[in-house]
Design a protein around this ligand. Structure first.
Ligand SMILES: CCCCCC/C=C/CC(=O)SCCNC(=O)CCNC(=O)[C@H](O)C(C)(C)COP(=O)(O)OP(=O)(O)OC[C@H]1O[C@@H](n2cnc3c(N)ncnc32)[C@H](O)[C@@H]1OP(=O)(O)O
Length: 301
């Protein structure tokens, strides 16, 4: 314990990225899912891709310790991996999950939003828009295997997928908590919430900054299944098989019909959205709110 306290960040990072205690169980789950021997993993420093060409499925794992916060680097690497998979006819579906224990994604990396230049904020927001548009409109079936906490931008990632499986653990909260930080979710995040849970539930959750525990997330329709932690990936793969039973062209056209009007609201006004974000995040009051929140997080740790 003392050693771990002395090496706080690296030890936590190792515990999370290595998932020491669960390594054997996960290896078993991978083998059961056909992702074991002979599979060549690829990806990048922060995004691990485990392909199963025979099934036409790739498991995409976020691995940016300590909490998979969406840094510019992680956003960029994820876009590149998704683009690669989208353009490779071998693949028909992806399972998006976390390689860390206990956290799916902590949402936007708050260090990208504090004390930076307007040019940096603009670059960061363009990268976030790019990721959302790519994932939301992807022709691939996308299943989120949500094996940890998923606040704010983490929730947006999940909502951009076609289907969501959440681990049944009290720490696996999910939802749009932006207002609790004193900030406002972008309209396209709001649209995703409305499309998933309906207007009234979205309005309440967005205004109150609700982080739903698993049973509540299921009740409100934010996720589609809640299962024991060790069954999240296998359940996601089983759901994937159901979606892949549908002919791609019909499913893809239907997905586009359902999602394109929402995506177009951003796609047609991307630069205005960037400028609106830059001017909002640059305000003194917003900078102070974000700094205070970050400091609280660090003190807690
Ligand atoms: C301003 C313009 C507004 C428009 C944009 C609006 C859209 C916003 C969407 C967002 O995503 S805002 C971000 C919201 N995210 C959160 O509120 C999550 C905050 N984090 C947590 O609640 C917890 O960290 C966790 C994810 C539940 C994990 O808890 P755990 O106890 O396992 O870890 P911690 O000890 O809390 O954190 C470890 C380490 O990581 C740092 N950290 C956590 N979250 C973030 C983050 N989002 N960005 C940057 N850094 C983060 C935390 O400070 C710790 O750092 P340390 O140096 O090791 O102490």
């Amino acid at each position: 314990m003392a050693l771990m306290a002395g090496l706080r960040v690296p030890a936590r990072a190792l515990l999370r990225s290595g998932c020491w205690l669960r390594g054997a169980a996960l290896a078993g789950a991978e083998a059961a899912a056909g992702l074991g021997a002979g599979v060549r993993r690829f990806g990048s420093q922060r995004v691990l891709v485990e392909p199963d060409p025979a099934a036409g499925v790739a498991v995409v794992k976020l691995k940016s310790p300590p909490v998979n916060s969406l840094s510019l680097e992680l956003l960029t690497e994820l876009v590149i991996s998704l683009e690669k998979l989208d353009n490779d006819k071998t693949f028909r579906g992806i399972v998006l999950t976390s390689d860390l224990c206990g956290v799916f994604s902590a949402g936007l990396d708050l260090t990208e939003l504090c004390g930076r230049s307007p040019a940096h904020y603009a670059e960061y927001w363009r990268a976030l828009q790019e990721l959302w548009l790519r994932l939301y409109l992807s022709g691939l079936v996308s299943v989120a295997a949500v094996n940890g906490a998923s606040p704010a931008g983490g929730c947006l990632l999940c909502l951009s997928c076609d289907y969501r499986v959440l681990a049944d653990s009290p720490s696996c909260v999910i939802g749009p908590n932006e207002t609790r930080l004193g900030i406002v979710a972008p309209f396209w995040f709001k649209d995703c919430m409305v499309n998933t849970v309906g207007h009234r539930a979205a309005e309440q959750a967005l205004q109150l900054g609700t982080l739903f525990p698993p049973a509540e997330a299921l009740r409100v329709g934010l996720v589609d299944q809640v299962v024991p932690e060790d069954q999240v990936q296998s359940t996601a793969l089983a759901a994937m098989a159901r979606w892949l039973a549908i002919p791609d062209h019909a499913r893809q056209l239907t997905k586009s019909m359902m999602r394109k009007p929402t995506a177009d609201r951003l796609a047609k006004h991307r630069e205005a959205d960037v400028q609106s974000f830059v001017s909002f995040v640059s305000r003194d009051s917003i900078q102070k709110a974000l700094q205070t929140y970050l400091e609280k997080l660090k003190q807690k740790g």
